[in-house]
Design a protein around this ligand. Structure first.
Ligand code: ZN
Length: 360
């Protein structure tokens, strides 16, 4: 598998989520934090506000390692606005499904093809690198999608985004869709942009890269329209743990980044959220605790908490057994005898619930 790139769209897609609005200072901080993590593209949409325009300028001046990719519609007026920022990369989007062509753009398939071509010619005439996004690709007639992708590739689009705009794909249907496109235009660099309406955004994105795409779109805490897109932390760790990819990313920053997003927006990940959730490295069951202690976590953890900037926690209470009390006794140099340990366990059982927890 080629190197899989990560595009973070927190400052574009993420800002489209309800209740998310960053000040310029916050947006710039998020951009620099994403760069420190090591994402490849940071996408933002300067055309939405003066504040995002200024954010784009500041991030550009900060000379990040990540490429800034400025997002707009496939039309000359948007591209002109983006050009004011003298970008290296832009992304333009155009709907390709009949339902969008009819109800959103009030146009025909043929007209959309022409509009795509003209926009690409215009962007390319200014020497820009560009991504073309087929919006609602997953509901687009397969033959027409192939025609569109071929056309924009031949016209010079450097990357093409295949989107599951309403989140209705399964891993197998996403695999088929991306394989089909990949076969039609094997030289095109494909992105996958999957929405999470049915909780399959990460699985579908991974299926997309298995089928030949080489860039996944994500947002911090999975922000985005409606149910959002894959969580950046999940994407980074899935690539690392399952595919041995992107071990270059500074994933120890993931937990901090998730919390920073929560501090700015009030939208924190829930306890069971993979990688960054509060519960992810908490161990409670008696037999689990024993095995975790003896295996340095490996018995019940796919990766260590330190990897992602978290800490392992043990919950002591009615579920606790001998192992954890023994451990505490020795850590705290209490020197409890076997009968005292049994007594402590019995007392904990009487408490019915969690009594306390501690960090390792
Ligand atoms: Zn989207």
């Amino acid at each position: 598998m080629d190197k899989i790139l990560i595009l973070d769209s927190t400052l574009r897609e993420g800002q489209q989520a309800t209740k998310v609005r960053f000040s310029k200072e916050q947006a710039v901080k998020i951009g620099t934090e994403l760069d420190a993590l090591g994402v490849d593209f940071i996408e933002l949409s300067p055309i939405v506000s003066q504040s995002m325009m200024e954010t784009a300028k500041e991030l550009k001046d900060a000379s990040l390692k990540a490429k800034l990719i400025l997002h707009g519609r496939a039309m000359k007026s948007d591209i002109d606005l983006l050009l004011k920022l003298d970008p290296e990369w832009i992304a333009i989007f155009l709907s390709t499904s009949d339902i969008h062509l009819e109800h959103k753009l009030h146009t025909t398939r043929e007209d959309a093809l022409n509009r795509a071509g003209e926009s690409i010619d215009y962007a390319k005439s200014h020497g820009l690198k560009m991504r073309f996004t087929c919006e609602d690709a997953s509901r687009t007639d397969a033959k027409y999608l192939a025609e569109m992708v071929k056309a924009v590739h031949e016209r010079g689009a450097d990357r093409i985004s295949i989107t599951d705009t309403v989140g209705i794909m399964t891993p197998s249907s996403m695999y088929s869709l991306v394989s089909e496109v990949h076969q039609q235009v094997p030289k095109a660099n494909l992105d996958v942009h999957c929405h999470n309406d049915l909780g399959l955004a990460l699985a579908n994105s991974l299926a997309g890269v298995e089928a030949g795409a080489n860039c996944i779109h994500a947002c911090i805490n999975g922000a985005g329209e409606r149910a959002g897109i894959p969580k950046l932390a999940e994407v980074a760790m899935a690539l690392r743990v399952l595919y041995d990819q992107r071990t270059d990313l500074n994933v120890t920053r993931l937990h901090h980044l998730s919390k920073l997003f929560g501090d700015y927006t009030g939208l924190y990940c829930d306890a069971f959220s993979p990688v960054v959730g509060e519960s992810v490295f908490r161990h409670k069951g008696g037999t689990h605790l024993g095995a975790v202690l003896k295996s340095d976590g490996k018995a019940y953890e796919a990766f260590s908490p330190e990897t992602v900037g978290q800490r392992r926690r043990f919950v002591v209470g009615e579920y606790s057994g001998r192992n954890v009390i023994k451990y505490l006794s020795s850590e705290l140099k209490l020197g409890l005898s076997d009968s005292q340990i049994e007594k402590a366990i019995a007392r904990l059982k009487e408490k019915k619930g969690d009594v306390f927890e501690f960090e390792l």
